[in-house]
Design a protein around this ligand. Structure first.
Ligand SMILES: [Zn+2]
Ligand SMILES: [Zn+2]
Length: 277
């Protein structure tokens, strides 16, 4: 199996600016089909519920892009932003890229995490309450979305202060509780930090596509799973940290256990359930 020369990218929000360059460096050109409305696969502001998992959404975009372009290989991209699963006061972002080959049904998946995403939302009852949020979000580089509290009447892509102030004033006036919801615009072309994270995912995918399976020789060798239980450096008990990585190939299903990529061989005792319960 050889690397495709051209892939279809299912995107509407300008993500090819982040995804095409890393793929171009390994000889893969990217085609973005005209007329693909990826919002039907789910939006961040929630007018359309996202069906299934992130992978399902990315898969649907990859397949739609193949259908529209006639190409055999498609890439779908999907992000998920919300509270950190173990520290809910912190935000966490995840970006998934899924490459799908129509001729074999094979999928190659890459994902990266952003623990400092530009993600914030706040209810405001007065335009003067905006200052904190603005300070926190690097507005106007990151655009904002405003709606009357409790409605889905979103005004998206706000990128100047006068626009923002007008939209917030109007939303407060329209809302029953006299409050506006102001949130970061998470669409990639309105959120430079998110675009950067997608670029990191594309770099990681390009790297994975450049590595060949030691058994069948196909491209796409890389991390497919982690095993937790890195031993505590003080008492040797297994901790919840990742102990081993499992690298694998989705063409022949071969996999091999490997040490952590960062070389860490023991966990700080603060992660240990025995030493720091
Ligand atoms: Zn293989
Ligand atoms: Zn310990």
């Amino acid at each position: 199996m050889t690397l495709p020369h051209r892939v279809a990218l299912g995107t509407k929000h300008g993500k090819s600016a982040a995804i095409a360059p890393p793929l171009g460096r390994i000889g893969i050109a990217v085609s973005v089909p005209e007329g693909l409305d990826t919002d039907k696969f789910g939006t961040f502001t929630g007018e359309v519920a996202r069906l299934g998992s992130m992978l399902d959404a990315a898969r649907a975009k990859a397949r739609a892009a193949c259908k529209l372009t006639g190409l055999d290989v498609g890439i779908g991209s999907e992000g998920s932003y919300g509270p950190h699963p173990s520290i809910p006061i912190l935000p966490l972002g995840r970006e998934v890229l899924l490459l799908w080959d129509r001729t074999t049904g094979r999928e190659i998946v890459e994902q990266v995490v952003d623990d400092q995403p530009r993600l914030a939302s706040r209810y405001v009852a007065d335009v003067d309450d905006l200052d904190d949020l603005i300070a926190q979000t690097d507005f106007p580089r990151t655009n904002l979305v405003v709606s009357p509290a409790g409605t889905t009447d979103y005004v998206k892509g706000l990128k100047t202060l006068p626009e923002l102030v007008a939209a917030v004033g109007q939303a407060i006036a329209q809302s029953e509780g006299r409050r506006a919801l102001v949130q970061t615009d998470m669409r990639a072309n309105h959120n430079p930090r998110r675009m950067h994270t997608i670029a990191r995912a594309a770099e990681a995918l390009a790297e994975r596509l450049s590595r060949n399976c030691p058994r069948c020789g196909s491209h796409g060798w890389g991390l497919v799973e982690v095993e937790r239980g890195l031993p505590c450096s003080a008492c040797g008990m297994p901790t919840p940290l990742v102990g081993n990585e499992v690298h694998g190939c989705t063409a022949c299903r071969h996999s091999e256990r490997a040490a952590r990529g960062d070389g860490l061989a023991a966990a700080d005792p603060r992660h240990c359930p025995q030493c720091n319960p």
